[in-house]
Design a protein around this ligand. Structure first.
Ligand code: ATP
Ligand code: MG
Length: 336
């Protein structure tokens, strides 16, 4: 579809990336339409959206200029490492979904979310190519010339069923589906759907139910597999209805990861012996005294701080049990 060049900005000495559309595609697309879409995307200013520096047409060649990201694409990282550490994957997903929530609030849908369009700069992710897929798909509806260039519209592996079926009213929930595909791939090290041909992959998106994520990746934090599965629902009405809603869930999962990471697991005593109090009372009392812990899905506080620290500064050390771990932890939460 395009070639990306590393270039030197002569006016402000710095490196930039120039994306140049294939000439046959540019001719079929028409410069005006493309530049109009790109202009809309140029209004996006967000820490996780790669800004547009400039765009234009020269000798029939359509191009746009972006900051050069010294780093790699998420695709390159996944190809090198396979499945990512869970906390890295969740952090990257949160940043991508944050960018989408912002773009959606401005009525801009990406339509081609995939690891190739997420660039990693230091510890952060930046989403690129906003507006490009929309310009292409709208042009394709109007003109046979686009499809006859032999270009695939969108990327089959990340296409929501409604995109695969070429439905006319694809909305922001197609981006949420693509995030689900990407999340699955980052966590499982393999995509949810595969096939020998693009048609087989598209058919799988429309008809097959993916393996549960935890079949391919154990020890996921509570709620993460369900969160991804909900992104991947066939019917947009069954998915997370907004990127904002999805972001809130990912933030809860990230909190869970932080807390579970803070628990130092020791072996030995029984969780129940530690608790020593009726569950209902325990849960209520300690949930109130640990508001941050209450954010952890499936978490229940099993014992309270030593009397010396109650009401004082900090929470003190709290005995707790990690569910399924068969061990007592020194931390604060019980994960069912
Ligand atoms: N701003 C940038 N800074 C640094 N590298 C970039 C930048 N933009 C793109 N690249 C690199 O160029 C590669 C090609 O990008 P390009 O957008 O043309 O292809 P793609 O994302 O694989 O597919 P698509 O054409 O569907 O977007 C990217 O994978 C990335 O490695
Ligand atoms: Mg791209």
């Amino acid at each position: 579809m395009a070639t990306v060049y590393l270039a030197e900005d002569l006016r402000h000495p710095r490196q930039v990336a120039v994306k140049v559309l294939r000439p046959d595609l540019a001719a079929a697309l028409g410069g005006d339409r493309f530049l109009r879409e790109i202009e809309i995307s140029a209004r996006l200013e967000h820490p996780h959206v790669l800004t547009l520096i400039d765009s234009g047409q020269a000798d029939g060649i359509l191009y746009y200029v972006m900051p050069y990201v010294e780093g790699e694409s998420l695709r390159a990282r996944v190809e090198r490492e396979g499945a990512l550490p869970v906390d890295d994957a969740v952090r990257i997903l949160k940043e991508v979904v944050d960018a989408l929530a912002y773009a959606h609030s401005k009525s801009i849908v990406h339509r081609d979310i995939k690891p190739d369009n997420v660039l990693l700069s230091g510890r952060h992710a930046e989403v690129t190519d906003f507006g490009v897929a929309k310009a292409l798909s709208e042009a394709a509806h109007e003109s046979d010339a686009i499809t006859s260039t032999g270009m695939a519209l969108g990327t089959p592996s990340y296409m929501a069923p409604e995109q695969a079926a070429a439905e006319p009213n694809v909305d922001h929930r197609a981006d949420i589906y693509a995030v689900g595909v990407m999340a699955y791939e980052l966590l499982a090290g393999r995509p949810p759907f595969s096939g020998a041909t693009a048609q087989q992959v598209l058919a799988a998106h429309m008809t097959e139910v993916p393996d549960p994520l935890d079949k391919h990746r154990s020890n996921l934090p509570p709620g993460l597999a369900e969160c991804v599965a909900r992104c991947l629902e066939k019917n947009p009405a069954d998915r997370w209805q907004s990127a904002e809603e999805l972001l809130r869930r990912l933030e809860t999962v990230a909190t869970a990861l932080l807390l579970v990471g803070a628990i130092r697991v020791t072996s030995g005593a029984s969780p129940v012996a530690q608790a020593g109090r009726p569950a209902g009372r325990r849960g209520g009392r300690h949930r109130r005294s640990h508001p941050r812990l209450s954010a952890l899905p499936g978490a229940q506080i099993r014992s309270r701080p030593p009397a010396a620290t109650r009401g004082g500064r900090g929470t003190g050390r709290v005995g707790a049990a990690a569910g399924g771990a068969g061990a007592v932890s020194e931390g604060s939460v019980f994960v069912r």
